[in-house]
Design a protein around this ligand. Structure first.
Ligand SMILES: *[C@@H]1O[C@H](CO)[C@@H](O)[C@H](O)[C@H]1NC(C)=O
Ligand SMILES: *[C@@H]1O[C@H](CO)[C@@H](O)[C@H](O)[C@H]1NC(C)=O
Ligand SMILES: *[C@@H]1O[C@H](CO)[C@@H](O)[C@H](O)[C@H]1NC(C)=O
Ligand SMILES: *[C@@H]1O[C@H](CO)[C@@H](O)[C@H](O)[C@H]1NC(C)=O
Ligand SMILES: *[C@@H]1O[C@H](CO)[C@@H](O)[C@H](O)[C@H]1NC(C)=O
Ligand SMILES: *[C@@H]1O[C@H](CO)[C@@H](O)[C@H](O)[C@H]1NC(C)=O
Length: 373
């Protein structure tokens, strides 16, 4: 028998609008009517931060010119083990040897000057005496220069791997707005407007078929169109370690902590009745994105050019690299509206914050509720 109250319950449980699936599309960032208020919020609160911070970035980059040093084998290995690049590390054939490899095929990225990064392969060994590079090839050609190796990996990380953590954000935000999910309101801030700026405005740090912003006075080597093209292929992550592998001995490795953070998010979502289908999109949008930025920005003392094919890193290029790291890679949020989960006094985010603190308190403090920078 259908009573009025059960009909009421049924209606209440039904989403108000049909749920749109969450897709990985970085270029779905137009300012459509339902997200206009988010663009306005971004223009008022987040965008000015890039201009304010520019002055600090320029002064600090000048200082860094005197202290930067060339990357070593240890830096290269530390970098890939402590960023999302770690998802691509595999043991070399016999894994007792302490040898590891990282291979990328079918890459679509292009850099200014007509250069293409098609593939790369790195082998390294870790032992008691430290870590060292066994080989590095790029487009099938062996590269020996440590600065170029670091630069190539950095280029791939910033333009391809890290970008993957942004991919679900537009669609997730539209989903939150269209379905008016109040618990996740803070997770709708800035992301779409930021992507719009990066892909379509003259304020972008990326090159638009060879032109960088004239306003910022610096820019990365990657071509925007190639970044979008590259972002359409997620297959490099198939079988990656965060979802499928949790090695108890590597509990505190970057991937181990990501794995545990994902479980923490899953638990918090369950307790606060958030649709579990949003798990991976929300995971990438909050935790993966923030900690990847913070971890990347720890390599601020290395001298290398942002252009992977630069023969040597001159003063101008070293300055560009530092500007990019301080302004774009280091977390840059408005201190009055930081949107970190720590600062949001709402049960879901506080609950998640508490659980992340048990995994890594530094991570917990920097995680933002959405892609903010
Ligand atoms: C990078 O990760 C390794 C282990 O995965 C760790 O030993 C090392 O200290 C880390 N380096 C930095 C700079 O975080
Ligand atoms: C890598 O790219 C180069 C240049 O296009 C090509 O000759 C080589 O076969 C590629 N290697 C792999 C493993 O795909
Ligand atoms: C983002 O989420 C997808 C699943 O939806 C996952 O396969 C992918 O590994 C995540 N990306 C990163 C960088 O963690
Ligand atoms: C790049 O800049 C040059 C010179 O300022 C200009 O002529 C050209 O049209 C620009 N290209 C694009 C794709 O905007
Ligand atoms: C450094 O910045 C300038 C100004 O935007 C740009 O023209 C140049 O290509 C950049 N150099 C590198 C190596 O990215
Ligand atoms: C995606 O990349 C993989 C290699 O990482 C390649 O085998 C596959 O063909 C690519 N797919 C498309 C549609 O380009």
């Amino acid at each position: 028998m259908i009573t009025t109250s059960s009909v009421y319950k049924f209606n209440k449980m039904r989403p108000t609008k049909t749920l749109s699936p969450v897709h990985p599309r970085i270029d779905d960032c137009e300012c459509t009517p339902s997200v206009q208020h988010l663009f306005l919020r971004h223009y008022l609160l987040q965008r000015p931060m890039f201009f304010i911070r520019w002055i600090y970035a320029a002064l600090y980059s000048l200082y860094l010119l005197f202290v930067l040093r060339a990357p070593t084998d240890r830096d290269i290995v530390d970098f890939i083990e402590n960023t999302t690049m770690a998802m691509l590390i595999r043991p070399a054939t016999d894994d007792k040897s302490g040898e590891y490899k990282l291979t990328v095929n079918d890459c679509k990225l292009r850099a200014s000057g007509g250069y293409k990064l098609k593939n790369m392969s790195l082998g390294y060994k870790k032992g008691k005496s430290g870590a060292y590079i066994l080989y590095f090839t790029r487009n099938g050609v062996e590269v020996d220069d440590r600065s170029q190796i670091f630069s190539t990996i950095y280029f791939y990380h910033t333009h391809s791997m890290h970008t993957k953590s942004h991919l679900f954000s537009n669609s997730l935000v539209r989903h939150i707005v269209d379905n008016d999910i109040k618990t996740l309101k803070e997770s709708s801030y800035t992301s779409i407007a930021l992507h719009n700026e990066l892909l379509h405005s003259s304020l972008s740090v990326f090159q638009f078929e060879g032109n960088v912003s004239k306003y910022l006075g610096y820019g990365v080597a990657g071509i925007r169109e190639s970044l979008v093209e590259e972002s359409r292929n997620m297959s490099v992550l198939e079988g990656h370690q965060v979802m499928h592998r949790s090695n108890p001995h590597e509990k505190d490795s970057f991937v181990g902590k990501l794995y545990r953070s994902r479980l923490a998010l899953q638990g918090a979502m369950k307790r606060h009745e958030i649709d579990p289908k949003l798990l991976d999109a929300l995971f990438n949008h909050t935790i993966v994105h923030s900690v990847d930025h913070v971890s990347n920005s720890e390599w601020s003392f290395l001298r290398f050019s942002l252009h992977p094919w630069a023969e040597d890193c001159n003063i101008y290029q070293a300055f560009n690299t530092s500007m990019f790291r301080i302004l774009i890679v280091q977390p840059n949020v408005n201190p009055l509206a930081p949107n970190t989960i720590r600062s949001i006094k709402k049960p879901f985010y506080q609950d998640l914050y508490r659980d992340l603190k048990k995994i890594d308190s530094h991570w917990a403090d920097v995680v933002t509720a959405s892609v903010m920078y």
